[in-house]
Design a protein around this ligand. Structure first.
Ligand SMILES: *Cc1c(COP(=O)(O)O)cnc(C)c1O
Length: 232
């Protein structure tokens, strides 16, 4: 089995190739290693290979690894479903909360950020496939949520995130990525106050190169860096 170190090096190389293939400058796409279910030690191994941003899904697990200084020298993102009662643990600890999809979360994150005297950077998660029982806001409700976020103190929206429907067919995934990119460009053209459409986060182990081709500038890669996760 390949080591985390070797895997991480190879993902970094694949990213550079994908960037160059679509005429983008090397290093313009941010690699966020999705480190759920992987120990602080394995996170440090990925760091040693050059990974400088990590994404966690669960507030508690993130807290445990923070206490072990797992992310030292790296950026930390929150990429999972954020429960209301965990907002207090994540705001301020994560540079970017990628997975915000409701008015209530925006309000709670804003309040917590104000109480800490900070501005919390967030992305709005879009349910681009319109799947029921999936997190993310439907594209047609995005305008409204962005307007709410723009009017909320303590919050700065920096872009969009999505997890497209799982598909064996890469051309169908590519269509979702393209729709997402169009939405991202449309939103950027609207020039809301307090909103910058700086980041488009999409693409995972199976499709991060496709996502880069389609315009992503953040990819979230777990398995290709850390290997298969074994759920207990
Ligand atoms: C786990 C996870 C990823 C990475 O998935 P892989 O297929 O293992 O690369 C990306 N985004 C989110 C939100 C995740 O939870």
């Amino acid at each position: 089995m390949a080591s985390v170190f070797d895997n991480a090096k190879s993902v970094i190389e694949r990213m550079v190739r994908a960037e160059l293939r679509c005429g983008r400058e090397q290093g313009t796409v941010k690699l966020v290693a999705a480190s759920k279910m992987n120990s602080a030690e394995r996170v440090r191994e990925a760091y040693g290979a050059g990974i400088r941003a990590f994404g966690e899904n669960r507030a508690q697990e993130m807290g445990e690894k923070l206490r072990l200084n797992a992310y030292e020298g790296a950026e930390l993102h929150f990429i999972g479903h954020l429960q209301r009662n965990k907002v207090k643990n994540v705001v301020g600890a994560a540079e970017l909360i990628q997975s915000v999809d409701s008015e209530e979360l925006i309000r709670l994150i804003g309040l917590r950020a104000l109480s800490l005297g900070i501005t919390q950077n967030i992305l709005i998660e879009v349910n681009i496939g319109g799947e029921t029982a999936k997190s993310g806001i439907p594209p047609e409700e995005l305008d409204k949520l962005i307007e709410i976020a723009a009017g909320t103190d303590g919050i700065c929206v920096q872009g969009l995130m999505t997890i497209p429907p799982v598909s064996e067919d890469i051309s169908s995934t590519r269509r979702y990525f393209e729709r997402m990119y169009n939405l991202f460009v449309d939103m950027g053209a609207k020039k809301y106050d307090n909103i910058s459409m700086k980041f488009l986060s999409m693409g995972m182990s199976a499709d991060f190169e496709e996502a880069i081709m389609a315009g992503a500038n953040i990819v979230r890669v777990g398995t290709a860096v850390f290997g298969q996760r074994y759920y207990a």
